[in-house]
Design a protein around this ligand. Structure first.
Ligand SMILES: Nc1ncnc2c1ncn2[C@@H]1O[C@H](COP(=O)(O)OP(=O)(O)OP(=O)(O)O)[C@@H](O)[C@H]1O
Length: 306
């Protein structure tokens, strides 16, 4: 089968501000594809363009073999989209909200009833079906939003930062749902700024920053290719400048510094000597294991998040 998603040179600006600067990537059917990037990178804009909520200024995309603009209605029938903001009628029950979304997706009658029961079971909220949504936690509301996007059995599910601001129980539930949808063969596009989520869920990723894709592929390969070993140090008296200077490359992280090095033990030893000489307190000194955070740091010189 062709790619589930094939995006070519996609561009979108808001006035003078370019949000997507010619994005190209493709996604194979049946994978969970992570779109990883910091706030403002362009992830939501990308998803809105793919789902037809905003129009692109240039470029093209083929979604499940159909052309993004020309075949919009056919695409809508096969794609589920979970936006970042929760869009539910608070006074209505979970069931009634889903019935409303079902109509939108043209699921009707007996089939709608059956699908509502199924998606409520999938999201673990069947026992709350008749409760008004305003009695739900943020995480439960988010699960209903995901349930709504599944009513028409999409082949491609697009989720925009679905775990932001929700409780750990709902987060785990969402993870389990995504894993079982993937097992059923649904292709998933998952945007996040949490690298741990990408590592837990995704097969392949694209790292997006300032409207551009700066790396893509299997994330384990990216770790091998771009991750620079580093140490983290936090000590008194180093708020303005890093403990090691000169040949050492350092970046601020929280209250401390990340020092990139191929010789972590040598760097640690030197830090300890400096700290001992200055007689200051050391709060943290540790090796940083290769992660997508260090990949991002090595590619952009900045951190994914503080
Ligand atoms: N409706 C809009 N009008 C003007 N500028 C916008 C609009 N939506 C997004 N932008 C700008 O486009 C850029 C990309 O934003 P976008 O929301 O796509 O990023 P993101 O990676 O999804 O980040 P976040 O997680 O914060 O939503 C940002 O500079 C943002 O300020």
């Amino acid at each position: 089968m062709d790619e589930a998603l094939d995006v070519k040179n996609l561009q979108k600006s808001y006035g003078e501000n370019p949000a997507l600067k010619g994005i190209t990537f493709s996604v194979r059917p049946g994978v969970c594809f992570g779109l990883l990037g910091p706030n403002g990178a362009g992830k939501s804009t990308m998803m809105k363009v793919l789902t037809g909520i905003v129009d692109a200024d240039g470029g093209s995309a083929s979604i499940l073999g159909k052309e993004m603009v020309r075949d919009r209605q056919a695409i809508r029938e096969q794609v589920g989209y979970v936006p970042q903001s929760i869009t539910l009628a608070e006074k209505l029950s979970a069931w009634d909200n889903l019935a409303f979304f079902g109509e939108m997706y043209r699921v009707k009658g007996k089939r709608l009833k059956q699908r509502i029961e199924e998606v409520l079971t999938q999201t673990g909220l069947l026992d709350r079906a008749r409760d008004p949504v305003d009695t739900f936690s943020g995480g439960m509301k988010r699960r209903i939003n995901i349930a709504a996007a599944l009513l028409h059995r999409p082949k491609l599910l697009i989720l925009d930062e679905p775990t932001v601001g929700i409780d750990p129980q709902s987060r785990n539930h969402i993870f389990e749902m995504i894993r079982s949808l993937k097992e059923e063969g649904v292709t998933i596009i998952y945007s996040t700024h949490y690298m741990e989520e990408v590592e837990a869920l995704c097969d392949e990723i694209a790292i997006i920053d300032h409207g551009e894709i700066i790396a893509q592929g299997d994330w384990r390969e990216l770790l091998g290719r771009h991750s620079q070993p580093a140490i983290y140090v936090e000590a008194e008296g180093f708020s303005d400048s890093p403990p090691l200077e000169g040949e050492w490359k350092s970046h601020r992280k929280g209250k401390g510094w990340i020092i990139e090095t191929d010789r972590p033990t040598v760097a640690m030893q030197q830090v300890l000597e400096i700290v001992a000489r200055r007689k200051v307190k050391i709060d943290a000194l540790e090796m940083m294991h290769p992660s997508l955070e260090t990949v991002f740091l090595s590619l952009t010189g900045t951190q994914l998040r503080d």
